[in-house]
Design a binder for this molecule. Structure first.
Ligand code: ASP
Length: 348
């Protein structure tokens, strides 16, 4: 085990699945057993200096690690509760997660764990641990170093030498794999050091972002929040087919450019009908690094008039998991709308 640092409590590593712990099977890569042992064996191959720079840690692996492409809001809820329960005994938590939906889990955790007073760092790998040239060990070591920094008090993504705000992160491509188009880096690896940029820390979060909110995501896991991306030619009946269903309680609309939608009265009617029924609707831009200001164009005014909330420059992951979270909380409609428009975890 790596030598311990000045922190008395160890960092908890939670392995929930993903390529990082996968092995080859006859059907392709799939989560493998005995991850803790494999991780410790792999870490032992690091240089003594590198090992000595890691904090003390313990590893806990999920009984059923998954490919994160199968993750649901149930998994977000389970993970949030497990971390909340484990935090008092640990200096920080590292979550080892599949990269496919890593940013979704990180965003959801940010809303469930508002008011964090220590690090929760999510990472994974593009190649399995133990494979030649794998990025797994680098990412684990980076995440461990950041997870031992008391000054980091939020959910972050550590990957490819960089640290990003979790609720601002998106999966891109290549070895770095993740980026936060609308937010600066929280930190970076320099040599064997993980350097936190102080000005980008939790002080930028609103002072009233105060407490854990562990809500029941069963309705979301059963499909109560939908995601609708516009395409040229989208029909009112397409939108109505989703929104008129009484099981649907919220929708994330991915609209054009700066916040525009077709000026088609029946389509806007379908949105207004849903809003008037108390469904929570929000819009973000389809542009990968876009931002919406509903009503700047006449083509966007209809959305605002239909009661659609502006998602500003939120990522799809942040906006969607925020809708899930607010709908799961015991709030009235006005408070849900107010909170959606407020930054709760540095997401907007
Ligand atoms: N399919 C994998 C997962 O998300 C991909 C990865 O981990 O890179 O679990």
């Amino acid at each position: 085990m790596p030598s311990s640092t000045s922190f008395e409590r160890p960092v908890l590593i939670l392995y929930v699945g993903g390529t990082i712990g996968m092995v080859e099977t006859s059907r392709g890569l799939a989560p493998g057993a005995d991850f803790s042992h494999r991780l410790r064996t792999a870490l032992a191959t690091l240089s003594p200096a590198c090992l000595a720079s890691l904090p003390d840690f313990v590893v806990r692996e999920s009984a059923h690690p998954i490919d994160s492409s199968s993750a649901t809001p149930h998994d977000w809820q389970r993970l949030g509760s497990e971390i909340a329960a484990a935090l008092p005994e640990h200096a920080g938590v590292v979550v080892l997660h599949g990269t496919d939906t890593l940013t979704w889990s990180a965003s959801s955790l940010a809303f469930q764990l508002q008011g964090l007073d220590r690090p929760v760092v999510v990472t994974g790998a593009m190649h399995p641990l133990g494979m030649d040239g794998s990025d797994a060990l680098h990412n684990v070591a980076l995440a461990l170093r950041f997870a031992a920094k008391p000054a980091l008090q939020e959910v972050a993504v550590a990957f490819g030498g960089r640290l990003l705000r979790g609720v601002r992160s998106r999966k891109m491509a290549g070895r770095e794999a993740f980026a936060s188009p609308h937010y600066p880096l929280l930190g970076e690896q320099i040599g064997d050091d993980a350097v936190l940029f102080p000005t980008q820390g939790p002080s930028t979060l609103p002072p009233d972002a105060g407490r854990f909110e562990l809500a029941d995501y069963a309705a979301a896991a059963a499909g109560s929040v939908v995601r609708i991306a516009l395409w040229p030619g989208i029909q009112p009946w397409h939108v109505a087919a989703w929104l008129d269903d009484r099981r649907v309680q919220g929708a994330l609309l991915e609209v054009w450019g700066g916040g525009n939608a077709p000026e088609e009265p029946r389509l806007l009617d379908a949105l207004a009908r849903a809003s008037n029924d108390g469904k929570l609707l929000a819009a973000i831009s389809q542009c990968p690094a876009g931002s919406v200001a509903l009503g700047r164009y006449a083509a966007g005014m209809g959305l605002a008039e239909a009661g659609v909330l502006s998602g500003d420059a939120m990522t799809p992951e942040a906006a969607y998991t925020k809708l899930v979270h607010l709908l799961a909380m015991p709030l009235d409609d006005g408070e849900r709308r107010r909170r959606f428009l407020t930054s709760l975890a540095g997401e907007r």
